[in-house]
Design a protein around this ligand. Structure first.
Ligand code: ASP
Length: 333
C-alpha cells in the first residue's frame, strides 16, 4: 500500500526566490510538484501551502495553528512533512514536540540552505530524507537535514552556511542515511506516555537572558516589571552565576519569592548544566531556581512557553521540569 504523506509548506529558503530586497519565500508546492515527486518514491503526496514566510517571521501563534492543522489531519495520513526555514526550525520542532506529544504518526520538519530552484541545492536531499522518514511509521516529531534525522526537541541550528546545519544536541541522531540505506536508532525514538490530544496553549510571558561578566542584575528586575512570569538564564559552564561583588543570586531569590520562575541552563552547546557541582550553582539552587539540565536552549525556551500555557502555579511549573515530556531532557539522578 502506498503511504499517504501530507506536505505542509511554511516557506524558508527551500521555497525562496531572489527579489529586489533579497531572498524571499515565493515558490508554492504546486510549482515544486515535479521535484517532490522525484524524491517521494512510492509515496502518495498531498500538499498544503499554509504560509510563505522567512522563518524569522514565524511566531508562537503560527506554531499553535500548525499544530492544530497537523492534529486535525493526523488520521488521514501515514506521515507529514513540514517545509520550514532553517533559522527558527529548531524552535518550531521543539515546540511541536510539546504541543503534539504522543502524536501517532511521524511529523518531519525540513528545509534547506539553498532554494529548490538552485541546481546545486540540498533541498531535494533533505526532502527525500524527510519524506522517507515520514513513511516509516515511527511516530513523533523529527527534524531531517543532511541525511540525518534528529528528535525535534534535540535539534539546534549550529552552522549558518554549511549543508550540515543541524546537530542533535546531547542525544544521538534518530536515523541516518548512508550507502546502507536509512538506519533508525530505535532507542532514540520518543517513548509514548499516553494518548494523543492537541495541547497547543502557550504563553509568551518569558524572557531569555545570556549572562556575561558585567551584566546589570537590575535587568532581571526590569523583565519581571515588564510582566515576565519566567526567565531562562543561560549561565556559565555547568550553570554558575555571580554572587560576590554583584549578587545575582540575591536578586533571583527575591524574584522566586515573588512567584517568578527562574530556569538556569548553560551557554555551552554540549553536555548541559549541573548546578550541584560548584558553589555558584548550589547557591542558585538554594534560592529556588530550576535546572535545565541537558536541554537545548530551543527546547528550554519552548518548554517554558508551553508549560506556562498549561499552568501558572510555580510548583506545577517545577514539576513539569522534573520530567521529560518527549525526550527533551535527561534528568540528573
Ligand atoms: N532565512 C531563512 C529562513 O529561516 C533561512 C533558511 O531557510 O535556510 O526562513
Amino acid at each position: 500500500m502506498k503511504k499517504k504523506i501530507l506536505i505542509i509548506n511554511t516557506g524558508g529558503t527551500l521555497s525562496s526566490v531572489a527579489k529586489e530586497h533579497g531572498l524571499t519565500p515565493d515558490i508554492t508546492t504546486d510549482s515544486m510538484m515535479k521535484e517532490l515527486h522525484i524524491v517521494a518514491g512510492e509515496a502518495e503526496l498531498t500538499t498544503m501551502d499554509f504560509m510563505s514566510l522567512d522563518s524569522a517571521n514565524i511566531f508562537p501563534e503560527d506554531w499553535a495553528k500548525l499544530a492544530e492543522i497537523i492534529s486535525d489531519n493526523r488520521d488521514k495520513y501515514d506521515g507529514m512533512v513540514v517545509i520550514h526555514g532553517t533559522d527558527t526550525m529548531a524552535y518550531t520542532s521543539s515546540m511541536l514536540s510539546f504541543m503534539l506529544q504522543n502524536i501517532p504518526i511521524p511529523v518531519v520538519i525540513t528545509g534547506s540552505q539553498l532554494s529548490i530552484s538552485d541546481p546545486v541545492a540540498d533541498a531535494m536531499e533533505n526532502l527525500r530524507c524527510a519524506i522517507f522518514m515520514a513513511q516509516t511509521g515511527k511516530s513523533g516529531v523529527f527534524l531531517a537535514f543532511n541525511r540525518k534525522v534528529i528528535l525535534g526537541c534535540r535539534a539546534s541550528k549550529v552552522r549558518s552556511i554549511s549543508f550540515d546545519a543541524f546537530d542533535s544536541i546531547n542525544a544521538p541522531n534518530v536515523a541516518e542515511i548512508s550507502s546502507l540505506g536509512m538506519k533508525v536508532n530505535e532507542d532514540q525514538l520518543p517513548k509514548k506516555s499516553g494518548i494523543f490530544h492537541l495541547q497547543n496553549n502557550y504563553s509568551r510571558d518569558i524572557a531569555v537572558v545570556k549572562m556575561f561578566p558585567g551584566m546589570h542584575r537590575s535587568l532581571l528586575n526590569s523583565l519581571a516589571k515588564e510582566g515576565c512570569k519566567a526567565i531562562y538564564i543561560e549561565a556559565y559552564g555547568l550553570g554558575g552565576m555571580p554572587y560576590l561583588k554583584h549578587d545575582f543570586i540575591a536578586t533571583i531569590q527575591k524574584l522566586v519569592d515573588q512567584g517568578i520562575t527562574i530556569l538556569i541552563g548553560t551557554q555551552c552547546r554540549f553536555e548541559g548544566s549541573n548546578l550541584n557541582v560548584y558553589e555558584t550553582g548550589r547557591r542558585a539552587l538554594d534560592a529556588g531556581v530550576i535546572q535545565a539540565n541537558d536541554m537545548t536552549t530551543e527546547a528550554a525556551v519552548t518548554k517554558l512557553m508551553w508549560v506556562l500555557g498549561q499552568t501558572n502555579d510555580p510548583k506545577e511549573i517545577r514539576d513539569y521540569f522534573n520530567i521529560s515530556l518527549c525526550g527533551e531532557v535527561i534528568l540528573q539522578k
